[in-house]
Design a protein around this ligand. Structure first.
Ligand code: ZN
Length: 128
């Protein structure tokens, strides 16, 4: 009798040190001012590919151009009242961008107006 090790499991089985039981293990804060956005374990870790405008746009970009990057990891928050602090910036199509309620840094994620769910980009916050 031996346990068969399955090395071809799905990628999300990979252990992230900031994720515990599929949720954020640490408090989620603004990178810039330290404002608390989410309490521990209040966001569900998920992987999805989504374009978000850069937090700092290059001054040399073409007029009207919006520079963006693909974000691959998010915390999914079903109820926006789960947030300790969060702000909204502009609305694009069916979603609003999330920003820091204190210093306006953003977008740190987006809010889907159809499902009313929020998605916080993990690369744009800090854990503490
Ligand atoms: Zn902030």
């Amino acid at each position: 009798m031996s346990e068969v090790e399955n090395k071809e499991g799905p990628a999300e089985e990979e252990q992230k040190d900031y994720v515990q039981d599929g949720r954020n293990k640490y408090v989620v804060k603004c990178k810039f001012c330290g404002s608390k956005m989410l309490d521990k374990k209040s966001g569900k870790y998920m992987e999805a590919e989504k374009e978000l405008p850069l937090m700092r746009q290059d001054n040399n970009r073409k007029e009207g151009e919006i520079q963006s990057e693909t974000i691959k990891e998010f915390y999914h928050v079903e109820n926006m009242y789960t947030f300790e602090n969060i702000g909204f910036t502009h609305t694009v199509a069916n979603h609003k961008y999330l920003s820091c309620a204190d210093c306006d840094a953003g977008p740190v994620g987006y809010y889907d107006m159809d499902t009313k769910h929020s998605y916080v980009a993990i690369s744009r916050i800090v854990h503490s």
